[in-house]
Design a protein. Structure first.
Length: 407
């Protein structure tokens, strides 16, 4: 699953700019333990724009003699360029990889295909056995996911208080709240529609509340072929539920053109009451006490009244070594040391939602982490096409998803 945020780890501050950033630093003595392979003068790191960048700070502190060439691209471009580079063995030394099957850079596809250099076998480090954030395939550990992301809604608490509304905790109350906000002249919901990948976030939360509690093995059955995206009452229902928010004008069609800055501006300016969001993005722009007292991050209440509310949350994004790199042994030591330091941070408990009453919700992970091939990308484009009027039916969306998973 993908993250879109300028979130920074407190203990490893440092962010790179879009494009190529070259860092030239002074020479330093190489650690004797890493002298088994020549230390490179420079290495190349390739990531999407949103990818977390504390590795840059780690290199500056531990290996100041190495020049970093950091290549960062918008997400769609990243996947295209990555596939092209991997196929010609010209990938960067370190690349951004996702858990399991998530997207074209999912570890369960890149690892067995021979594109990644393993750090170790899972049995070689028993302390890792129960960690949820390992980038692992067929017993090989290729890295660790660096962040946990929760999906939800950021809402303007002052707007709710002004009109005597409480944040809803089930689907029926949510629809009632949206209707009242619309009557008061407030746009209930906004989304970053220009970035098609943002469409997946509400869908996963609907699935976490209206599909997976009753069909927990659905994704494994999709892979085995004993369930399909086209099965009635599964993803057709999820799309119908989400699209109904557009049909009732709770989400304006104008949102289809909004980038993140424009969407969040609608929320911050009081023109919209709620925005589909992630915990990482929320932390990137709700970054002062006054904002945090006004804008709360909460779960999307897609559960029906009287039923359990579930959150949608997963680890996302990590760094792996390209098997084509000339410096695999050296970089293996680098990433193992980096991941150990990173794990100290990840082990600290962090509550994603602003209100403590939501802090212990049961969780389903992001659906796409269990979908092979490029199902989520097909889904995003098909849904965008439907909302713009180019795709005629929901069955066209689910049919395209099924065709992709069967490739």
């Amino acid at each position: 699953m993908k993250i879109r945020s300028l979130f920074r780890f407190p203990f490893l501050a440092g962010v790179f700019l879009a494009g190529v950033c070259t860092l030239t630093v002074s020479q330093a003595t190489v650690k004797a333990s890493e002298s088994a392979e020549e230390v490179p003068d420079s290495i190349t790191i390739m990531t999407p724009l949103y990818s977390e960048t504390s590795l840059k700070k780690f290199f500056e502190e531990e290996y100041p003699q190495i020049r970093l060439d950091i290549l960062s691209y918008p997400e769609d471009q990243y996947y295209t360029i990555l596939k092209s580079r991997l196929s010609t063995t010209q990938a960067a030394d370190i690349i951004d990889v996702q858990l399991d099957y998530a997207g074209p850079n999912g570890v369960k596809e890149l690892g067995p295909a021979g594109y990644l250099y393993p750090l170790y076998k899972i049995s070689e480090n028993s302390s890792d056995g129960n960690e949820e954030n390992l980038l692992v395939s067929e017993g090989n550990v290729y890295g660790k996911a660096q962040l946990k992301m929760t999906l939800g809604l950021t809402y303007n608490k002052s707007v709710f208080e002004k009109y005597g509304l409480s944040y809803p905790e089930c689907w029926e109350d949510f629809l009632d709240c949206c209707e009242k906000l619309k009557e008061y002249g407030i746009q209930p919901l906004v989304i970053e529609g220009h970035n098609k990948s943002s469409f997946q976030y509400p869908l996963y939360q609907i699935a976490a509340n209206q599909l997976y509690p009753y069909f927990a093995e659905y994704d494994s059955k999709l892979r085995s072929g004993t369930a399909k995206f086209t099965d009635p009452g599964t993803w057709d229902h999820i799309f119908e539920t989400y699209i109904s928010l557009f049909e009732q004008n709770y989400i304006s069609k104008e949102c289809l053109t909004y980038n993140m800055e424009e969407a969040s501006a609608q929320l911050l300016n009081g023109n919209a009451a709620m925005m589909f969001d992630t915990s990482l993005n929320y932390n990137s722009y709700i970054n002062t006490d006054s904002l945090r007292n006004t804008f709360y991050f909460a779960p999307f209440p897609a559960n029906h009244r009287g039923e359990q509310l579930y959150a949608s949350e997963s680890y996302v994004g990590g760094l792996s070594i390209s098997a084509a790199s000339e410096y695999t042994v050296f970089l293996k030591n680098v990433l193992v040391n980096y991941n150990n330091k990173l794990q100290q941070y990840n082990n600290s408990k962090r509550t994603a939602f602003s209100d403590e009453k939501f802090s212990d919700l049961p969780v389903f992970p992001f659906c796409n982490q269990e979908w092979p091939n490029e199902v989520e990308i097909v889904m995003e484009y098909q849904l965008s096409s439907y909302l713009s009027g180019a795709t005629e039916s929901i069955s066209d969306i689910t049919g395209a998803m099924q065709a992709e998973i069967e490739k």
